[in-house]
Design a protein around this ligand. Structure first.
Ligand code: IPE
Ligand code: IPE
Ligand code: MG
Length: 238
């Protein structure tokens, strides 16, 4: 089966999952953290080297402070529990987003695990935190504009690859497949530059319920697609 090299998840539906069970939204986020472990282990068994997770958007700061604080604390606890496991499995942790927005202790814990796993070149887990696609693109433009203003960059030399070199993780390949759980069919500001030719997949299953069969269904759907990147399918080339 043709599997993606980079799969990205918009982990959606935790709140609805919890509310449907008469529980507070945070219980849904806690259940969602278990799905993260499951998905990482499945990605390993399918031989998918890069997994990106949209865990908190720049827009998510507008949620009630109780939920925001609960999510930040859950992230910290998750990292505490899972950092050794990432290390043992040889998974490199990387964070992308406005990390200056994150609570200092969380940022520090993330940086520690990033440093500890920086030497791994096989598998990667990319956590998108306080992430916004437009924010990322604006930051890249600002960085280039600074270099133009100081004479370091000739504006005529700005092309796609120079621009992409100013994104948060310039060496990260574009996601081959973006999966969104819980039925919504939108990107919600996720990887706007990188999604140019990503395959999109939406499932009605809520993130806490996303399991092995759902993962396999997404991969089978991906394998059945024909990616042309604007060209022609091989049979039509002649
Ligand atoms: C996704 O679940 C997790 C985050 C956005 C942090 P939601 O919290 O968006 O859950 P729903 O969409 O309200 O059900
Ligand atoms: C997208 O989900 C962000 C994350 C999964 C972190 P949201 O629940 O915030 O998106 P909308 O509000 O449905 O577009
Ligand atoms: Mg949501």
């Amino acid at each position: 089966m043709n599997t993606p090299k980079h799969i990205a998840f918009i982990m959606d539906g935790n709140g609805r999952w919890a509310r449907a069970r008469g529980m507070p939204r945070l219980k849904g986020h806690e259940a969602g953290a278990e799905t993260v472990k499951r998905v990482l282990s499945l990605a390993g068994s399918y031989g998918i080297p890069i997994v990106s997770l949209y865990a908190f958007s720049v827009e998510n700061w507008s949620r009630p402070s109780l939920e925001v604080r609960g999510l930040m604390s859950l992230l910290g606890r998750f990292l505490e529990r899972e950092a050794d496991e990432l290390f043992d499995k040889g998974i490199r942790l990387r964070v992308m987003g406005r990390r200056e927005d994150l609570p200092a202790a969380l940022d520090k814990a993330l940086a520690k695990t990033e440093e500890r796993t920086a030497g791994f070149s096989g598998r990667q887990l990319v956590l998108c935190l306080s992430y916004g696609g437009r924010t990322e693109i604006a930051a890249a433009a600002r960085s280039l504009a600074r270099d133009v203003a100081s004479g370091l960059v000739d504006p005529e030399k700005i092309d796609e690859s120079l621009f992409a070199s100013r994104l948060y993780l310039p060496d990260l390949p574009d996601p081959d497949l973006i999966v969104r759980t819980s039925g919504e069919r939108r990107l919600s500001n996720f990887l706007l530059w990188q999604c140019a030719y990503s395959e999109l997949y939406s499932t009605p299953v809520a993130w806490p319920d996303f399991g092995e069969d759902d993962f396999r269904a997404a991969l089978e759907d991906f394998a059945s697609r024909q990616r042309r990147f604007g060209g022609l399918e091989p049979a039509a080339q002649a």
